[in-house]
Design a protein around this ligand. Structure first.
Ligand code: GLV
Ligand code: MN
Ligand code: MN
Length: 401
């Protein structure tokens, strides 16, 4: 963990290892080197999803796939994604060290661009793998830093020439992902293992409010068509209405740009992202409708126009009862308390659940903090999570085909 956390380390103790960046490539390089040193096979697909394979007795059986992602938020923590990927690699090494024979192969995976903060949307790699999106649609994307998605993906693929190319959608016997909870409940209840039964839905909206640029000093109120006034009023109204009325709803504005972005000019347009989440798809629809209505009304009140584009729509998912029960049995066999829970964050497991029996293991993180450089997981929780993952992986690999 420590060595990976040095790749893209930030002065505040977090990591900036955004998808398809030099840091991401360096982390993938390190994982590949560690895998090759152990004699494991290394593969990647067109989205640069990286797979590390330990053969079973029967190589024609689909693998049990375990892993997560190595990319981070711009000011991310050391554990979001990396913990699941490196715990999975540790599990593979332990199975090798113990010379445990499994009928089917076991593979570790590092999915590409889970976070989606540099190139939106997130979970690109697992979405393409599961056939839920065509990566051709992303080739012309430009990142938040102006980088070309196509160029960065090509550079990332070229950086691991040892990895054998494979197609998307190779069959998977089962998928297991360990992750930090990214919320406070396990820590608060003093429970070391969360058994994740599903993931709530997420939608990303991009709102553009357009008015008229003008001089900040000379334009009196009657002559202003200021989209910032509309944006401020709309966001205030939405924050007052949506979450206070529904404890399960989430609404976050994490990015806002003004154009032309000059101190002394009324903006011509204000563009902001809205991330909405809810376990109930109908509520997600009604929240989106409310966002559209409020933004349109506030834009109209300032003689501005409003456009709302949905840039990401991830329906909620329910995980496999078989994998959920296998995790619970593993925790019980290790005398570790566990509780079932639904994930508030999205994860690659969401798309894997469409193509294979899947579930997730959560471990507590300090103060529930994540997407924050101060993110921290105590060593004993890392150990408990990895042990549950090891037992679950072996049980899944021994299931009859
Ligand atoms: C994943 O990083 C999410 O935003 O849920
Ligand atoms: Mn993550
Ligand atoms: Mn994340």
């Amino acid at each position: 963990m420590r060595v990976f956390a040095e790749i893209g380390a930030t002065p505040a103790g977090g990591v900036n290892r955004q998808a398809l960046s030099d840091g991401d490539r360096a982390a993938r390089r390190l994982l590949c080197d560690l895998a090759l040193a152990r004699g494991f096979g290394v593969f990647q697909d067109r989205m640069a999803n990286l797979f590390v394979r330990r053969e079973g007795r029967n190589p024609s059986r689909p693998p049990v796939l375990i892993g997560s992602h190595l990319d981070s938020q711009p000011t991310g923590g050391q554990f979001d994604g990396a913990l699941g990927t490196l715990s999975a690699f540790e599990v593979l090494e332990s199975i090798e060290d113990l010379a445990i024979e499994t009928d089917g192969p076991i593979e570790v995976v590092a999915w590409t661009n889970e976070e989606g903060s540099r190139f939106a949307p997130g979970v690109m790699g697992s979405m393409a793998f599961a056939g839920a999106a065509d990566p051709a649609a992303w080739q012309s994307l430009t990142g938040a830093d102006g980088a070309s998605f196509a160029d960065e993906l090509a550079a990332t693929l070229a950086a691991l020439p040892e990895a054998t190319m494979r197609p998307f959608g190779t069959p998977v016997a089962a998928y297991l992902e360990l992750h930090i909870e990214q919320g406070p409940s396990l820590e608060k209840e003093n429970i070391p293992i969360g058994v994740v039964t599903g993931v709530q839905g997420t939608r990303w909206l991009l709102v553009t409010l357009s008015g008229q640029a003008g001089h900040a000093g000379t334009t009196s109120l009657a002559y202003r068509r200021d989209p910032m006034v509309a944006a401020a009023a709309a966001l205030h109204q939405l924050q007052e209405a949506i979450m206070p009325a529904d404890p399960q709803a989430r609404l976050t504005v994490g990015r806002m740009m003004t154009y032309p972005g000059s101190i002394n000019a009324i903006p011509d347009s204000v563009v902001f992202s809205i991330d909405i989440r809810h376990p109930d798809p109908d509520r997600l629809d009604s929240i989106e409708a409310e966002v559209r209505r409020v933004c349109e009304e506030q834009a109209a009140s300032q003689q501005c126009s409003c456009a709302v584009v949905r840039t990401f729509d991830m329906p909620s998912a329910t995980f496999s009862p078989v994998v959920v029960e296998t995790i619970e049995m593993a925790a019980r066999s290790l005398s570790l308390a566990s509780k079932r829970m639904v994930s508030g964050a999205f994860h690659d497991a969401l798309f894997l659940a469409r193509v294979a029996p899947s579930a997730m293991i959560f471990v507590p993180c300090r103060d529930g903090l994540s997407h924050n450089e101060a993110e921290y997981v105590a060593p004993e929780h890392i150990l408990s999570g990895a042990r549950v993952m090891l037992e679950t992986t072996i049980a899944l690999a021994r299931r009859p085909a």
